[in-house]
Design a protein around this ligand. Structure first.
Ligand SMILES: Nc1ncnc2c1ncn2[C@@H]1O[C@H](COP(=O)(O)O)[C@@H](O)[C@H]1OP(=O)(O)O
Ligand SMILES: [Mg+2]
Ligand SMILES: [Mg+2]
Ligand SMILES: [Mg+2]
Length: 356
């Protein structure tokens, strides 16, 4: 299936959300960030971007469930009045902006797209789905919120997961990276891209502000060997075990230093040929990886000729609910090097066990 309609809607939704998040960053004030129960930050940008994307998906595909990271519980009380007002203002400004090429008014966009506060809170809450369905969207409105707050990498991440022939797989992935330089080795190169993949149709990078103007650049992971690649990894030490990555890099004979980057921009960079291996091993706190943090990125890399598994070499599970199940870590690499990385991870895990 080509998912042409879904792809068009998803690209338009991610583009609008990226415009919103970029404008929030430029105007973010101190009291516009909350700390969630798990101690992670969430900003007015996360909530407003989820409201915008869910509005568009809700209009275009009203029967599809959405598994979104955020919910509106913290926005409903009197204590949240200022935050709520700002989110409503941001979401409405984004929804009512003039229609661009490829967009439709019936998606809730354009001058008539104004929503009430209650409508916007309810549409944010449409993302509370349990994550088990024959067909569902996943949304991370700002992936890498800590990177976003630092003015570094973050991504707006949307995917469509469908059960076909007994298998629940990602069929469409769209990732907006407003701050990703077009040339990673040159930080002053132009920034921003939308990365798109449809299963069986390849992976593409499109211009962020004009994604419907041309077919975009087809992405293909170059054939790297362990002599000329380096690791992509999180900036945040609490998100993955960076000391383990050092051991794996040694096992593989990798000499180049790792590239640290927040968010699923790592999947996008790898699909484009930057880095070569994205390794995300658990820190041992029991944190379970979320489906919205891997669904679009994993398809993007697969469609660019790469492979994504856990540390046992098994496929990631998108059929278990909002998370991927027990955290065995995630290994992402080009086809040619994935098996060497998997072996090195297994050796490093065995050594770690012996050392205990
Ligand atoms: N304790 C944690 N362990 C692993 N990942 C986490 C943890 N807390 C939040 N995350 C999520 O990890 C991802 C960022 O990873 P990275 O450090 O590689 O950029 C984000 O999706 C972030 O959520 P969020 O979407 O809220 O930013
Ligand atoms: Mg978060
Ligand atoms: Mg997020
Ligand atoms: Mg995330």
């Amino acid at each position: 299936m080509s998912y042409a309609a879904e792809k068009q809607v998803a690209i338009a939704a991610v583009r609008r959300a990226c415009i919103l998040t970029s404008s929030v960053f430029n105007n973010l004030v101190k009291n516009e960030t909350l700390t969630k129960e798990d101690a992670s930050p969430v900003t007015v940008g996360d909530f407003a971007a989820q409201a915008v994307v869910n509005t568009i998906l809700g209009r275009a595909f009203p029967n599809d469930p959405i598994v979104g990271e955020e919910d509106a519980a913290d926005l409903r009380g009197d204590a949240a009045t200022a935050l709520r007002t700002r989110i409503v203002e941001l979401a409405n400004a984004t929804l009512t902006a003039k229609l661009e090429a490829g967009e439709k008014e019936e998606w809730g966009l354009g001058p008539s797209g104004q929503q009430t506060t209650e409508q916007l809170l309810n549409i944010i809450d449409k993302g509370k789905h349990e994550g088990k369905a024959e067909r569902m969207w996943t949304l991370d409105p700002i992936d890498g919120t800590k990177g976003f707050l630092r003015g570094e990498q973050y991504a707006v991440c949307l995917s469509l997961i469908v059960k076909t022939e007994g298998r629940t797989r990602v069929q469409l992935g769209v990732i907006g990276c407003p701050n990703l330089p077009s040339d990673l080795s040159n930080p002053s190169s132009p920034r921003g891209g939308i990365f798109v993949a449809v299963r069986g149709e390849g992976a593409y990078e499109l211009p962020l502000h004009d994604p419907f103007s041309a077919p975009g650049r087809r992405l293909s992971i170059p054939k790297l060997t362990t002599d000329n690649l380096n690791l992509l990894e999180s900036v945040e030490k609490a998100h993955s075990k960076l000391s383990f990555n050092e051991v794996v890099a040694k096992e593989l004979g990798i000499t180049k230093p790792p590239t640290r980057m927040d968010s699923q921009a790592k999947y996008a960079a790898l699909a484009r040929g930057d880095g070569g291996v994205y390794l995300r091993m658990p820190t041992g706190t029991g944190y379970r990886e979320k489906i919205w943090d891997h669904a679009p990125g994993s398809l993007l890399v697969e469609e660019a000729g790469g492979k994504v598994t856990d540390s046992r070499g098994e496929d990631l599970r998108f059929d278990l609910g909002r998370d991927l199940g027990e955290n065995y870590g995630v290994i992402v690499a080009g086809e040619g090097v994935h098996s060497s990385v998997l072996d090195a991870v297994k050796r490093a895990l065995a050594k770690e066990k012996q050392g205990q």
